[in-house]
Unconditional design. Structure first.
Length: 461
């Protein structure tokens, strides 16, 4: 079955060891898919070999060999992406960094030195054991650090603490020709030359392979609280978001959810959504450096609720109750996945979120479909789900998607705030991105990767 050169396979085994080169459709099956919804997910090419290096030097040798044999390389993290970014779409090498999972915490400099294959869970645990805190929580804790950086992952805590880009202080990357390059390090300031590190963050694996990162940590927030604020309607709920921020309340997270999907998620987990009233909800997580500051923020928010035309808010007092609320919120996608075609992550300026949600509702009515929506309300990043409809063709789903994208762009937004382009959004690039922007991206790709061996078929139209 495998059309890859036998000489290439032999040399790969010499580099990483025979046990770390995997072939055969059954054995590679777990390395060729991600969490992209099946109706839009590209068909993976099973004519691949999975290679698992254990060091940057081994990654370098693999890439040099791939250049020699003109063989595509598809870097792979935890497989948690939603746009087909790591799916091999041609015969080649799937480069799994799972063995490169070491983390060293430098408490004095508040820095984690993490290899690309370490997971978000690994980083959170290592930081916690050192008495420190990694503030963002960009999604699935099984996601790997390299993938989170390559996609500039966001998540629910971006409003207070920023996205991955804001925490990466340095990178070690392997260029497509196999050269090892260190960018930045344990520095908070660095103005020496063009910032290539920021170019690679969010480049989705088409410019270089990330092998190590220096990530900024913070002291822990000793005091936290979670509130659920119910509303009668979506319109009232999203209009409350800017009022909360204008009141000087900057939550760790401020999420918008709706009753039908949140209760479906709770049922799937064997839990109960604690709010019995309301149809739309804001989940607010407050985090402060003292109980006094936390109580002050809670009192401020609770007194503001009446002004916001909310129903009776719910304060989750126990740690278990807080964790259950967050767990239910984080599993909405999984609960909707069997009945959906696509999950979007269009983003608009935060003050325009109410208008955007109204436009989404208009689109749903016009097409007589259900578009459940939820997401990161305070940073304008909303996940609209396109659900399966009997008798619809892919062109029907495309029309709905394009109208949602057009609404976001018209408001000064973008079609993706955190998931990226990957494979499945490439057809939208030409429609919604300036042609000169696309041309510059292609030229930058060619400079880094003249043979186009690194994650071909992704990002660029």
């Amino acid at each position: 079955m495998n059309s890859l050169s036998s000489g290439l396979i032999v040399k790969l085994k010499e580099i990483v060891g025979e046990n770390w080169v995997v072939q055969g459709e059954d054995l590679v099956a777990g390395y060729v898919l991600d969490e992209t919804p099946p109706p839009i997910r590209p068909q993976p090419n099973l004519d691949v070999v999975v290679v698992k290096p254990n060091s940057s030097e081994e990654v370098s040798k693999v890439l040099k060999l791939a250049n020699e044999y003109d063989t595509p390389v598809f870097p792979r993290g935890g497989g948690t992406g939603l746009v087909g970014g790591c799916i091999p779409t041609a015969p080649g090498i799937v480069l799994s960094l799972e063995r490169m999972n070491r983390i060293v915490i430098d408490r004095d400099n508040l820095i984690a030195e993490a290899e690309a294959g370490a997971t978000l869970r690994d980083l959170l645990n290592a930081s916690d054991e050192a008495g420190l805190f990694f503030p963002p929580h960009p999604g699935d804790e099984g996601a790997q650090i390299g993938g989170l950086i390559a996609c500039n992952a966001g998540g629910s805590r971006a409003i207070k603490t920023g996205v991955m880009r804001n925490y990466v202080r340095g990178l070690e990357v392997i260029l497509p020709n196999g050269e090892i390059l260190k960018l930045g390090g344990k520095l908070l300031k660095n103005n020496f030359g063009l910032d290539l590190m920021q170019l690679i963050i969010g480049s989705e694996g088409i410019l270089a392979v990330i092998t190590k990162a220096w990530i900024r940590l913070y002291p822990k927030f000793p005091a936290t609280a979670t509130l659920v604020i119910p509303f009668e309607s979506r319109t009232v709920a999203v209009k409350a978001v800017p009022k909360i921020l204008h009141a000087g309340i900057l939550p760790l997270a401020l999420e918008y959810v709706e009753r039908i999907p949140i209760e479906r998620s709770a049922e799937r987990l064997g839990l109960k959504w604690p709010c019995k009233i309301g149809e739309s909800f804001l989940i607010v997580i407050l985090a402060e450096q003292s109980n006094e500051a936390l109580y002050a923020q809670c009192e401020r928010l609770l007194s503001l609720c009446e002004e916001l035309n909310s129903l009776e808010p719910l304060l989750a007092e126990s740690r278990e109750e807080q964790e259950n609320i967050l767990k239910i919120r984080s599993e909405i996608y999984s609960s909707l996945k069997p009945d959906m075609v696509d999950i979007l992550d269009a983003t608009v300026p935060p003050a325009s979120i109410g208008v955007f949600m109204d436009k989404v509702e208009e689109i749903a009515k016009r097409y007589n479909t259900y578009l459940p929506s939820y997401g990161h309300a305070a940073d304008g990043n909303i996940h609209v789900h396109i659900m399966k409809e009997q008798g619809w063709s892919m062109e029907d789903y495309d029309r709905v998607r394009n109208e949602i994208y057009a609404a976001a762009v018209e408001l000064g937004g973008t079609i993706t705030g955190e998931h990226g382009i990957g494979y499945v959004r490439r057809k939208s690039v030409g429609k919604f991105l300036n042609p000169m922007y696309v041309r510059l991206m292609k030229e930058i790709k060619h400079i880094f990767d003249p043979k186009n061996i690194l994650n071909p078929g992704k990002v660029l139209p």
